[in-house]
Design a protein around this ligand. Structure first.
Ligand code: 2RA
Length: 350
């Protein structure tokens, strides 16, 4: 039988992309129920070409649901994913609430699809978008060369901070546009752009070395997510990881510069071939012809794009790479949909 799916958070930035993804991927679902906060209940949204009325989040919406996706803030997931699981649904959660729970698998289907069955709480977690924008490619390299260390600098898009992030960046760009003197004096951009929204500094005409909340040692929560989630997904609890997470004035698509060190010597051409053959990865790496991935060219696509693949000059066991991934698609909605499809096969037997 075709399983019943609930999409919780259907009206948010990720939820909107999810409806598009559900409308364009192979249809493995019977009924699809759309769920959101009471504020959005009653709205009609289109999924698979049909209008569906949004229901208010309540325990009854999970009656008869086989898989419930959650694209909502941590505190909403924390409360409601266990309620969905208690109603018999498998909850696939895109928040940070359960990712490091040892009884909740953290799944990227191209890397560790088998973990979906190992779900004692009835909950499966989807990684954070920054981790997701690099981990499919790194998983493929790890299988061949054995990963021992990652040094990561992220270039994160405004939509990682949700619709408010997108709106803030668009407003700031609008306010900064037209003034051909801006950016030449300290503080002039800050004075011009107005509201900072979810960012701690102006984002238009700027880069901001911060995402998330402050943790011990001066690390940001986002940087710790890159470290802890990479370790869990790759099954490498001792992997050495250092990340610096930076917000850049891009609407959607995260980029990352990664210095990856392996147990064995690496070869850039062999790595390029291996990545080109890896499911979910596209290699675009011909700098002589200005061929490398950029967020402006990658946005709206599904794969992880990799370019600038070089063997470290000083260490034959290290590669330097530049990666781009749409943070709302593979970084959020797509990976959640892929996990849900793996679970759906348990119902359809395919
Ligand atoms: C960000 N990774 O880009 C976060 C969102 N989960 O802010």
């Amino acid at each position: 039988r075709l399983p019943t799916l609930a999409v919780v958070g259907a009206t948010g930035a990720v939820g909107t992309v999810m409806l598009d993804i559900l409308s364009t991927r192979e249809n493995v679902w019977g009924e699809i129920r759309l769920v959101a906060s009471p504020r959005s209940a009653g709205r009609r949204l289109t999924v698979r070409g049909e209008e569906v009325e949004v229901q208010a989040l309540a325990p009854e919406v999970f009656d008869g649901v086989d898989v419930a996706m959650f694209d909502v803030p941590d505190e909403v997931s924390k409360e409601w994913a266990p309620i969905a699981a208690a109603h018999g649904a498998v909850a696939v959660d895109n928040s940070g609430a359960f990712r490091m729970d040892p009884d909740v698998p953290l799944v990227v289907p191209e890397v560790n699809a088998e973990k979906t069955r190992d779900r004692p709480r009835g909950i499966i977690s989807n990684p954070n978008c920054t981790t997701l924008s690099m981990i499919v490619a790194l998983g493929a390299l790890h299988r061949e060369y054995g990963l021992s260390e990652l040094v990561v600098a992220s270039y994160q898009a405004a939509s990682g901070a949700g619709q408010e992030g997108i709106d803030t960046l668009r407003d700031q760009i609008e306010k900064a546009a037209g003034d051909r003197t801006l950016g030449e004096r300290a503080g002039d951009v800050r004075a011009a752009v107005g509201e900072l929204g979810p960012f701690p500094a102006p984002l238009a005409m700027n880069v901001v070395p911060w995402a998330g909340s402050l943790k011990d040692g001066g690390w940001s929560s986002e940087e710790l997510k890159v470290r802890n989630e990479s370790r869990k997904i790759l099954g490498l609890p001792d992997l050495r990881v250092s990340a610096t997470c930076v917000r850049v004035p891009v609407i959607t698509t995260h980029a990352l510069a990664v210095h990856a060190t392996f147990e064995r010597e690496v070869d850039a051409s062999a790595a390029r071939e291996l990545l080109a053959a890896a499911p979910g990865v596209v290699v675009q790496d011909d700098p002589a012809n200005a061929e490398f991935p950029t967020p402006a060219d990658v946005v709206g696509t599904d794969p992880t794009w990799v370019g600038r693949i070089r063997r470290s000059i000083d260490d034959p066991r290290s590669l330097d790479l530049f990666l781009c991934g749409d943070n709302l698609r593979k970084g959020a909605a797509l990976n959640t949909a892929q996990i849900a499809e793996v679970v759906a096969r348990e119902f359809t037997g395919s």
